[in-house]
Design a binder for this molecule. Structure first.
Ligand code: SAH
Length: 372
């Protein structure tokens, strides 16, 4: 059955009118209900006559994502496991901040990148998501949270967005043109697929690019991020420089801090030296979230994370720590899915915890900022 989410309003209009033999405005009503009012079931489109709705139900699928599991934190952060029509599942997270509402969405089912510290990486890649499946994660979470308008989208869930390039670019355009989310409020996080960073620079889309660096030298980065063997740091930095020159957009380098692995004074000095002459770049540190798959890594103490940031900042490099939300529930990429996949695992009661691990920065350059 042909799925409507993922098509433009004009395409939906033509398709619905052409297939059902109804006036074009009926198709427009479907598109507007879906993208503007987040009505993701034909039955909710009550401005359409009942017989048209019945024929739509028989002919098309509207929006594929179905919630199978959720986990919430007291700060409102809610992680969803969404099932797709072929029973594959992906994660999406709703993140309410003061003054902005963000969602984190997946771009692939699983991920082929095998980063050593990442829960999703252990699964391998099942398949790419379609543009519609990426957009529908946003629509689904918006439908579930009608009291807050989603203003920001980050492609930081499961998968490597730049390995699913056409669908991801298509989804970004739909989010901007149909759903009305500003391109400047969309962040794409990549592990560093160099040819597609270059391609992205030519798309003329003022989105925000985040690059998962995680180490300042090739030996360590190749241990953590195997793709580094193919695109070593110098090659990656060249592509990033070109991206900044072409787009005049800032790049954020993500740096997951793992105690004793990449957070010592040595790496801090190397990172400062690597980035000090780069214009329009900043670093966002993320304390490692423990996962059951990569238990050899540990989260640094807030003091050592702060000491790391201070050294990097002394090179004149802007460095902030990601404001963590829902730390205990959201944990890391791929974890809700793993807990759901465990044999016998049932929906767990929502964990009650009063506070989140929040950094307490003093200098402005070290301030915590919303992740997204
Ligand atoms: N594939 C893309 C986007 C998905 S992951 C990328 O690599 O950028 C989004 C971010 O979460 C990446 O920076 C990733 O390295 C980080 N991440 C993965 N596992 C983590 C963990 N256990 N703790 C903290 N951050 C993690």
């Amino acid at each position: 059955m042909e799925v409507l989410v993922g098509k433009t309003s004009a395409e939906i209009e033509t398709l619905v009118a052409g297939t059902l033999g109804v006036p074009a405005f009926r198709g427009r009503q479907v598109a507007q209900g879906l993208y503007k009012r987040f009505q993701r079931d034909f039955d909710k489109l009550t401005d359409l006559p009942k017989d048209v709705r019945s024929r739509l139900i028989e002919t098309f699928a509207l929006a594929p994502c179905r919630v199978t599991k959720t986990d919430s934190a007291p700060d409102g952060t809610t992680k969803y496991l969404l099932a797709l029509p072929d029973d594959e599942v992906v994660e999406a997270v709703f993140l309410p901040y003061d003054g902005r509402t963000s969602v984190c969405v997946s771009s692939q089912v699983g991920c082929p990148m095998t980063c050593s510290f990442c829960a999703t990486g252990t699964e391998g890649l099942a398949r790419n998501l379609t543009a519609g499946e990426i957009v529908d994660q946003v629509l689904c979470l918006q439908e579930l949270h009608p009291d807050r308008r989603i203003s920001h989208v980050v492609l930081m869930g499961m998968g490597e967005p730049l390995l699913n390039y056409p669908a991801v670019i298509g989804a970004i355009r739909l989010l901007s043109e149909e759903v009305g989310i500003s391109l400047r409020h969309i962040t794409l996080s990549t592990v560093g697929v160099v040819p597609n960073i270059r391609k992205l620079a030519d798309e003329n889309m003022p989105i925000t690019l985040a690059v998962s660096l995680h180490a300042p030298n090739d030996t360590l980065r190749s241990e953590l991020v195997p793709l580094n063997d193919k695109y070593p740091i110098a090659v990656l930095m060249d592509a990033c420089r070109e991206y900044v020159q072409k787009t005049r957009r800032r790049i954020t380098f993500e740096y997951v801090l793992m105690a004793g692995v990449n957070d010592t004074e040595k790496e801090a000095h190397e990172l400062g030296a690597l980035l000090r002459r780069e214009p329009l770049v900043s670093v966002n540190t993320i304390p490692y979230n423990s996962t059951d798959v990569a238990s050899r890594y540990r989260r640094p103490t807030p003091e050592s994370a702060r000491a790391f940031r201070e050294i990097v900042a002394s090179y004149g490099v802007t460095i902030t720590q990601r404001q963590e939300k829902g730390h205990k529930i959201a944990a890391a990429c791929g974890q809700l899915k793993r807990s759901a996949l465990k044999p016998g695992s049932a929906m767990r009661p929502l964990p009650m915890f009063a506070h989140l691990v929040a950094p307490t920065p003093t200098a402005p350059v070290l301030d915590a900022q919303p992740a997204v």
